[in-house]
Design a binder for this molecule. Structure first.
Ligand code: G3P
Length: 221
């Protein structure tokens, strides 16, 4: 399973890039707004900065609600950089826009996916990634990982090439579970990437190695 970072924050991306484990970025209008990005021009400027930090797919979401508006924005977004993937929502207008993207050979990340049926439609439309939102299911008292598991199973059975991108990851256990059920990618908030590096026994072990070495050497290097 590959790891993407789910953020529009350039400093987080810079720091994560140094870890060497992040192979793509996902953004959305909420994440952009959090970075005070308020129009497509500044969204574009941020994305172009990000392309210099991560050489991999970078998802950029449309904000229009109707098919014509989505297609218009998507065609522009697709020209920003060869690594850009256009994020389109799992709505009727979004599916119609995906159909246009397929004809234009523009890669799509199908976002806001909350059912296997929506994932089947996306696959039929040749989307590159489908993004089930795990945490938002969990918020509603439903097990989001079961939907990821079912989508993976259906795609494998049907030999679908669309990749399952586990999104709305809220804690490190989601990452483990997404890997176990066979998601192709998990997109993580920066905080969760950092949590993945941590274990209290590693800290205890490091402290003991350091102290023992200090005792043995009498503090000499
Ligand atoms: O990639 C989609 C993801 O950012 C949604 O996460 O935490 O807003 O549900 P969340």
């Amino acid at each position: 399973m590959r790891l993407f970072l789910d953020t529009a924050n350039v400093e987080e991306i810079r720091e994560a890039a140094a870890l060497g484990v992040i192979s793509g970025i996902t953004t959305n209008p909420s994440l952009a707004a959090k970075e005070r990005i308020g129009d497509l021009e500044s969204y574009k400027a941020a994305i172009l900065t990000i392309t210099k930090l991560i050489d991999g797919p970078i998802s950029v979401e449309v904000t229009a609600l109707d098919t014509a508006g989505m297609v218009h924005q998507a065609e522009d977004i697709a020209t920003w950089h060869p690594n850009v993937v256009v994020k389109l929502p799992s709505t009727v207008d979004g599916f119609k826009a995906m159909a246009v993207m397929r004809k234009r050979h523009i890669p799509v990340n199908q976002t806001l996916c909350f059912s296997v049926n929506q994932a089947i439609l996306g696959a039929e439309l040749g989307v590159k990634y489908v993004s089930p939102f795990i945490g938002r299911f969990d918020d509603e008292g439903q097990d989001g990982m079961e939907v990821v598991k079912d989508i993976v199973e259906v795609y494998r059975t049907q030999k679908v090439r669309t990749q399952v991108l586990a999104a709305s990851i809220r804690h490190p256990l989601h990452v483990v579970q997404a890997a176990k059920v066979g998601a192709d990618v998990a997109t993580l908030p920066f905080k969760i990437l950092m949590q993945m590096t941590q274990h209290s026994l590693t800290d205890v072990g490091m402290a003991k190695f350091t102290q023992d070495w200090k005792n043995a050497t009498g503090g000499r290097r």
